[in-house]
Write a protein that binds this ligand. Structure first.
Ligand code: ZN
Length: 502
């Protein structure tokens, strides 16, 4: 609940700055607005003279009859007069002209989006604004009409023509979208996300320094100190979807951390000894995973800005909390958020809880949760590095703190454990049965198809589902998605782990 309140407040703040200007004036007779300083000339008359003088250059009509006055803004240095292009007296959306006047009323500049010689597309019958709003909502999968939605008739420029259309602004959850709907056939001509997002830059391990160096040799935590070998493994990345506040908060991730990382220039370049480094890691990798899920066609899986508590625990552990729906990453050993495999594993728990509230009420369900997290983490790690040396291993860098194997792994996905004999009653250990089956799906069909099958299957599960129900659901997902094209291999992959798909 705390998270939800916070996010709503944030979204409201964004909307306030993102909503387009209010209706413009239709005639040229309004008084100037936003007075500041003394103006000793008639700004509108001066602007009209300037527009007429340069009409041929910009393609304006000589009588300026399709330019409608909007506002005059006075500042100490200059005066700005704004006009809107119109078609049949209605707004031509997003086509304006401004005149910049100096203190003596002389034109310094004309800035123009004016489109000359527009042909108007004829329509026989105009749909109503409510119908237009419905068309826009259907195209966005928005279900409930929001009182903040707005509709306005006008024209858009499409293929050099003025097309009669409605500008519809819809609010749904955190998203605010401007759509242009054809005024006769109801087709959505174009749409635009109005929430303002910033793209930052940062440095991360991708997925972790052991994988990218090709070996764990010479890579040690050394009480979180920097080393040349570790700094050499940093990769420059773009941080997408930031909300523009300078904090690491965005469409899919909200970092709440010890470091409380801030950059007014959206540049987040740290080495691993900085507590901010893990903030950047968590933001980048979770954002990337959510975008990957959406690229597979799922817009309804954990599609929210998840709160991630980074370095707020000194344990060598990390967890997802179903009651708060937050993630927490600890600093014991190698800081957990220095390894994308660990980040992805924990995000896997939040994905599963989002798809099946209360999932994992049984030992087998718990094992499936751990197994899915390991599948998600390992396939993500595999996707980032071309070498196959570390395949079937998760968390190579994190594991340097506690693993004595070569390579170091938190867990492996090729231990060939078979159900039910291999069950020991510990969810991480038993999860290796499940993770191997899911990982084999990725080896057989590729990461995208395997991930799609698995995510699709989660919707079928209940809070107490176990291995058999899970395997059956994956097969049903294959029927739904691919008409059962992978059924035979799915059956044999699970059979090899001792799990029936019937
Ligand atoms: Zn886990």
């Amino acid at each position: 609940m705390k998270r939800k309140t916070f996010v709503t407040a944030l979204a409201t703040a964004i909307m306030m700055t993102a909503v387009v200007p209010a209706a413009f004036a239709q005639t040229g007779t309004q008084a100037p607005v936003a007075q500041q300083g003394v103006v000793a000339f008639d700004a509108q008359a001066a602007a009209v003279s300037a527009l007429k003088a340069d009409a041929a250059q910009h393609g304006f009509k000589s009588d300026l009859s399709d330019l409608s006055y909007v506002t005059t803004i006075n500042t100490d240095a200059a005066t700005y007069v704004r006009y809107q292009q119109t078609v049949n007296g209605e707004e031509l959306f997003a086509h304006q002209v401004t005149v910049t006047l100096n203190k003596a009323g002389k034109s310094l500049l004309i800035t123009s989006d004016y489109v000359p010689n527009l042909v108007v597309e004829p329509i026989a019958k105009k749909i109503g604004e409510n119908a237009a709003e419905q068309k826009a909502m259907v195209a966005l999968n928005a279900t409930e009409t929001n009182s903040m939605n707005s509709r306005k008739f006008g024209y858009v420029v499409e293929d050099g023509k003025a097309v009669p259309s409605y500008k519809v602004i819809t609010h749904s959850g955190e998203s605010v979208v401007e759509s242009f709907v054809h005024a006769e056939n109801g087709k959505v001509l174009k749409k635009r996300d109005l929430n303002q997002h910033a793209t930052g830059t940062g440095k991360v391990f991708k997925p972790n320094p052991v994988r990218t160096a090709g070996s764990a040799t010479g890579l040690t935590d050394n009480l979180n100190k920097d080393s040349t070998a570790l700094t050499n493994q940093l990769k420059a990345v773009s941080l997408l979807g930031l909300d523009g506040t300078g904090y690491l908060k965005g469409s899919y991730v909200t970092i709440k951390s010890k470091a409380n990382t801030f950059s007014s220039t959206f540049a987040y370049n740290y080495t691993r000894s900085s507590a901010s480094f893990e903030d950047v890691m968590a933001y980048y990798h979770i954002d990337t995973l959510q975008r990957y899920i959406q690229s597979l066609g799922f817009t309804n899986i954990n599609n929210r800005s998840i709160v991630v508590n980074v370095n707020t625990s000194t344990q060598d552990n990390s967890w997802y909390t179903p009651s708060t729906k937050d993630l927490t990453f600890g600093t014991g050993g190698v800081d957990d958020a220095e390894d994308a495999g660990i980040i992805a594993h924990e995000y896997g728990h939040s994905i599963q809880d989002n798809q099946v509230p209360g999932f994992g009420a049984t030992n087998e369900g718990g094992a499936m949760g751990e197994g899915f997290g390991d599948f998600l983490g390992t396939t993500y790690e595999d996707s980032l590095v071309s070498s196959t040396t570390f395949n079937a291993c998760i968390g190579e860098w994190d594991a340097t703190s506690y693993s004595s194997t070569t390579p170091p792994c938190l867990r492996r996905l090729d231990n060939n454990k078979v159900y039910p004999g291999a069950i020991v009653g510990e969810v991480h250990d038993d999860g290796e049965i499940w993770s191997q089956a899911e990982y084999e799906l990725a080896k057989a069909f590729g990461r995208d198809i395997a991930t799609k099958l698995i995510l699709q299957s989660h919707f079928s599960l209940t809070s107490s589902s176990g291995f058999n129900a899970g395997a059956k659901a994956i097969k049903a997902a294959d029927t739904a998605l691919y008409a059962g094209a992978h059924a035979t291999q799915i059956t044999s992959i699970f059979a090899a782990r001792g799990i029936s798909t019937n």
